[in-house]
Design a protein around this ligand. Structure first.
Ligand code: HEM
Length: 222
């Protein structure tokens, strides 16, 4: 198989898994609105399922997907550059493609930087450790309090909002190109499939931004 096509397929498949994670992560985090008991017991059960095996297996699998996704993107971007002659036969077309590629690279890098910050924040407790080391009355990690006290800081809330806008642009475009790579973007279903990426991106953006903004505006409070 042509290695460019191989890289595109790997990117589409890992992208599909990562989109699935982002959607379920947002939906589960909406339990923030249901209060501490709901979010903390969900986080506790997840962490202790299969003796911790589910969460560690999931982390290893996600990491593999992220690394593969980035490696495939680097390979494709290297190939595109090498294949691009100095003078374009169809200038407009190639310009549009390269703007889209640069845009995807830019939003992808912002998402990656956000993810590193986010893991240091809510998973590692390296950022704002004073909000991380909190337990509820049951002795469980108080994930609800950690998130609410973190988002009370407007700079943190705005950082999450900005990163999620970049993620939404990335998702909106990438889901559409994923369908194209998998050969699903032709024929009479195309107008419908073209709406899937923007729809997923909008739902994820609204859910994630709602959490940050509802805390910073005092709608959700301790
Ligand atoms: C407002 C938006 C978000 C909130 C409130 C949020 C909340 C959280 C919390 C509380 C944890 C730690 C869970 C725990 O230790 O029990 C976590 C972990 C994580 N989040 Fe988010 N998150 C948000 C957005 C995102 C986004 C946009 C991404 C992906 C780009 C993401 C990716 C992850 C990953 C990969 C983990 C590590 C999961 C693990 O511990 O294995 N999150 N998030």
């Amino acid at each position: 198989m042509n290695s460019t096509i191989g890289a595109k397929i790997l990117m589409a498949l890992t992208g599909f898994i990562l989109v699935g994670f982002v959607v379920q992560h947002m939906v589960m985090n909406l339990q923030l609105f249901a209060g501490p008991e709901a979010l903390n017991s969900y986080a506790y059960n997840l962490k202790h399922a299969l003796g911790g095996g589910l969460v560690w297996g999931g982390r290893a699998f996600l990491l593999l997907c992220i690394v593969t996704h980035i490696a495939a993107a680097m390979r494709l971007s290297g190939r595109n550059k090498a294949a691009r002659p100095s003078r374009y036969a169809y200038k407009l077309d190639t310009q549009v493609t390269s703007y889209a590629a640069k845009f995807m690279l830019g939003t992808g890098i912002v998402t990656l930087l956000f993810l590193i910050y986010h893991l240091l924040h809510f998973t590692g407790g390296v950022v704002q450790p004073e909000h991380f080391h909190v337990v509820d009355a049951e002795g469980r990690h108080d994930v609800w309090r950690m998130v609410v006290t973190s988002f009370k800081d407007p700079v943190t809330a705005i950082t999450y909002v900005v990163a999620n806008i970049a993620l939404a642009f990335h998702l909106s475009h990438s889901v559409t190109s994923m369908f194209a790579t998998l050969g699903l973007q032709s024929g009479r279903y195309r107008p419908m499939l073209d709406k899937v990426g923007p729809a997923i991106a909008t739902v994820v953006l609204l859910g994630n931004v709602a959490m940050a903004l509802s805390v910073v505006t005092g709608l959700v409070h301790i």
